[in-house]
Write a protein that binds this ligand. Sequence first.
Ligand SMILES: Cc1ncc(COP(=O)(O)O)c(C=O)c1O
Length: 512
Amino acid sequence: MIPLLLQPESHVPLYVQLRDQIRALIHGGDLRPGARIPASRELATQLGVHRTTVANAYAELESEGLISGHVGRGTFIRGDGVKKISAVPHPTSADGGLRWESLFADERGEEILSRLTQAAPRGSVSFVMARPAAEFFPIEELRKCSNAVWRREGTEILQFGPSDGYPPLKQALVGMLRSEGYEAGDENLLITDGCQQALDLVCKAFLRPGDTVLLENPAYPGALAIFTGARARILGVPVNSESGPGKTPGVDVSAIEAVLVQNRVKMMVLTPDFHNPTGTTLPVAERRRLLEIAARFQVPVIEDHIYARLRARGERVPSLKQLDRSNLVVQIDSFSKIAFPGMRVGWIVAPSNVIERLRLVKQSTDLHTGHLAQAILAEYVRRGLLGRHLERTRKAYSGRLAALEQALGRHMPSGTKWTRPEGGMCVWVELPPGFDSNELSIHTRERGVVFAPGRYFYFQNPQPNTLRLGFAGVAEREIARGIATLADVLRAEMRKRQRGARRAEVARVALV
Ligand SMILES: Cc1ncc(COP(=O)(O)O)c(C=O)c1O
């Protein structure tokens, strides 16, 4: 029997563990050329794993030239295998250089985000991104904060530091969170490079390949990229985009319950406030129901709180973390939407044992987030400047949201619907049935207007007639111009369709 020990609780997929262990046994001489190794079915039974796990490991070892299978005879260690590894050069390209593409690991969903980050043509009105307005960036204030921290703590900034965060920033954030009613202490806080990294850390800390994660569908593509990359099984729950009498906006909590009844779900990742891409906010009663369900099934909730402080109107709704009485919520948050995304700083609020685990994962990922950005932001928060900046930008974004709604109401043809967010950065538009926003975007791009087609955000049942408008970074007059053009192009497409339908009708009548 070959000495193999697989660790199901490891982050490393079982077939990779198996492949690597057999490879080491071959190179170490424990498995000699000509030796027969068990058939995949037999080894799978011995190890208590699925047969495909062994088959996948064998397939990779065979492609490396280390083993070879013979129908009816079995699988053998190749005599020339070890030599072959060192003797055969990597494939070359036509010009004789190294063919890098042949060496890349499997693509793991990394391209999902890049669709959204494509540059908009110069001079166009771009609704593509959900990002802050650059004209409010307080360069002078930040320069003063930066000068102060260099003078006072330059040595600490330049030295390695703690993985859970630069202490002055942690203190400033604990102060901010307490003033908002959170019961968080230093031990409940981890500084990250933003929510994107927080998702990655959570993923590394909790998920094994094949574990099930529940996400809103549609969802923020960065979350999809992370969980796809981790080989998780992703289950989607619809988001109700309509509000009004008898309608409950936000993620469908009954659908969450139905998924939890039928599946063993490791965690849910939700954005209850100003959801990206739909802009919807989950009402407080639904938040309580969601937490009751999460507690009943003992499934943790990762609450993406990145937009929550950007309320433009309506009553503030307590976060899941604030309502949580069962220690089930891990809240991820960031300076990206409320301040400056380029600083790449965010944080996680969680039970202390979760923070400790995440701290270790963060340490092995990047040691710690850069001190300079943390120190400047700490000073910025301490001086009360973040609060002022937030007030200013919130007012501006609320004006932009109103301008967008007015323009949509004025210009869009009947049959078009859109969400009524109470804040955040996105409005979700539903075109009349049968229209494809991807096609529409080709025509609007030619006329200098760009947006994000809805299909970028779906991982199940894509609705091609949807699109997202990110409004926070677009000035009011640009919004008016952009929406007028979008509506104009949509009407032209509608007319084209009507003409096409009429021609088809005439042809049908002529045939009859
Ligand atoms: C819902 C959501 N989560 C996370 C992120 C990533 O945020 P950060 O810049 O903090 O990494 C974004 C950015 O657009 C987002 O919309």
